[in-house]
Design a protein around this ligand. Structure first.
Ligand SMILES: Nc1ncnc2c1ncn2[C@@H]1O[C@H](COP(=O)(O)OP(=O)(O)O)[C@@H](O)[C@H]1O
Ligand SMILES: [Mg+2]
Length: 225
């Protein structure tokens, strides 16, 4: 098991309101899991907990058998940089950098941007934005910015990818390209993929669909093949 949530819960506010009720969830190496549920059901909160970006109010997360809460700040930073890709609803591209510079940023941190250049260009080509590589985010459409952010998340071939509505800004053709690519990457690289989506069609591409309601898992559906 790659990701283990043990009685994981999250509360916000004072007095605290429990947004994620203690839940058990295990994700295997290379598994593709989708999380669906109504707006406000806790999907993003759960994704933040599972991806080490937020800390649980109670219970424990184990990722690679390690509790991120027990890691040093440096070790956690390194682990995220090398092993985890994140795609958020808002892309957080750096405005002063070009599309290509933005996608190479994770590689630059480890002085691997020269080596990663062909891979960056290949991914930009796959997502039909290689011609936009020298533009800054403000010169790109919302959908192009989102694809740049997805390429950036895939640069280091992460072992984990956590994606929150990654196709939210994309037209149906680009959504399909991105989803097919993510699914293929989870198979070929054994990339563990946790996807939050409200599109039933994309949720059903997962090996396992999880449905959240009011901060609890209310249903799981397994898909084979
Ligand atoms: N940082 C926060 N502080 C207070 N309440 C929060 C915070 N983050 C999320 N919530 C609340 O938790 C609930 C679930 O939010 P969220 O996880 O974003 O749901 P979803 O992604 O399924 O739409 C919502 O009611 C939201 O207002
Ligand atoms: Mg959300």
């Amino acid at each position: 098991m790659t990701i283990i949530c043990q009685q994981l819960s999250k509360s916000f506010g004072d007095p605290p309101v429990q947004i994620i009720h203690p839940l058990e969830l295990q994700v295997s190496d290379g598994e593709f899991v989708s999380i669906s549920g109504m707006s406000g059901s806790g999907k993003s909160t759960l994704l933040y907990l599972m991806s080490t970006l937020d800390t649980p109010s109670s219970g424990q997360l184990l990722i690679d058998d390690v509790d991120p809460a027990a890691m040093s700040v440096d070790a956690l930073h390194r682990f995220r940089g090398e092993s985890i890709g994140f795609v958020f609803q808002f892309h957080y591209l750096l405005p002063e950098l070009t599309a290509l510079e933005n996608v190479l940023l994770p590689a630059r941190r480890w002085h691997r941007h020269q080596e990663k250049l062909p891979w960056a260009l290949e991914l930009l080509e796959r997502f039909d934005i290689v011609s936009e590589r020298d533009k800054r985010p403000s010169q790109l459409s919302g959908g192009q910015q989102q694809r740049v952010a997805i390429v950036r998340a895939l640069m280091m071939r992460p072992r984990y990818l956590f994606a929150d509505e990654p196709t939210g800004n994309l037209d149906s053709i680009n959504s399909k390209v991105v989803m097919d690519f993510l699914k293929q990457a989870s198979r070929e690289w054994r990339m563990t993929l946790v996807l939050v989506t409200h599109e039933p069609e994309y949720a059903a591409m997962a090996d396992r669909e999880i449905f959240l309601r009011d901060g609890s898992i209310v249903e799981e559906r397994l898909h084979s093949g």
